[in-house]
Design a protein around this ligand. Structure first.
Ligand code: SAH
Length: 247
């Protein structure tokens, strides 16, 4: 009887130890990788974004906060904070951090703004925008990417982002007009539905050109007219329709 009790007590103690060690190891791992990613984010902000002239504190804070490594495929996590774009599957890419920051800054956003994004991709740009604005509506034409981004953004508790699967050339009429529109795939011309869905005084940033050469163009709607300014040569994936044909 005594022996059995002793045996049970030691078994109980042993399982507590194993459990505690498991929890401890998990914490340790989280701490190591967590602080490591945080250090990588700080380095990305300092060396890639601040250094190239982006000074807005609120934007820099958003880049320090959003876990970019969660938006890239598992096997590329170690490259998530490097100074270049990365593949995200389906022949698409997550943009270079500096380009995300440059486009975000160009839009001159306010806390109460409602934004439309065309080309959700990984959802990273949408998350950055959601840190800065009231609401983000984002459209992705490839269902598998859009659904994956939606799941991740839900998991990260971005309840001010709505993801839709569809052709972003047409915009998202129900929620128009938008204070700002950001397009992360390149058509040959500015889509007219997007022009119409921009509010008076609103801003749009969009890469315009062929598959081999594009300019990032900043448009402002003033007195119902769009004023255009070329701001940077870039290379984005083309904007396509549902049959895969380039716009
Ligand atoms: N903003 C993304 C990068 C997107 S890459 C990020 O932060 O990760 C460009 C995306 O545009 C691709 O996912 C591509 O599938 C999508 N795309 C191309 N044509 C489109 C269209 N007509 N409507 C919506 N999305 C489109």
């Amino acid at each position: 009887m005594v022996k059995t009790t002793l045996f049970l007590v030691s078994l109980f103690a042993l399982s507590i130890c194993i459990l505690a060690e498991g929890v401890f190891n998990d914490r340790l791992e989280q701490n190591i990788s967590g602080s490591n990613y945080q250090a990588q984010r700080r380095e990305m902000v300092d060396k890639q974004i601040k250094k190239r002239g982006i000074k807005d504190r609120v934007i820099l804070e958003a880049f320090l906060k959003v876990p970019r490594h969660r938006f890239v495929p598992e096997h590329l996590k170690y490259l998530a904070y490097k100074d270049h774009p990365l593949p995200i599957g389906e022949d698409q890419t997550i943009s270079q951090p500096y380009i995300v920051a440059f486009m975000t800054e160009a839009l001159n956003l306010s806390r109460q703004d409602k934004i439309l994004e065309i080309g959700t991709g990984s959802g990273y740009q949408a998350a950055i925008l959601a840190e800065l604005c009231d609401s983000v509506f984002t459209i992705e034409i490839i269902a598998s990417l859009g659904n994956r981004a939606k799941r991740l953004l839900d998991e990260l508790e971005y309840d001010n982002i709505k993801v839709k699967i569809g052709d972003g050339y047409l915009g998202w009429e129900e929620n128009a007009p938008y204070d700002a529109i950001i397009v992360t795939c390149a058509p040959a011309q500015v889509p007219s539905p997007l022009k119409n869905q921009l509010r008076e005084g609103g801003r749009m940033i969009i890469p315009i050109g062929s598959s081999s050469r594009q300019d990032l163009v900043l448009l402002r709607k003033l007195n119902s007219q769009l004023v255009e300014e070329k701001v940077l040569p870039v290379l984005f994936v083309p904007m396509v329709d549902t049959t895969g044909k380039k716009y």
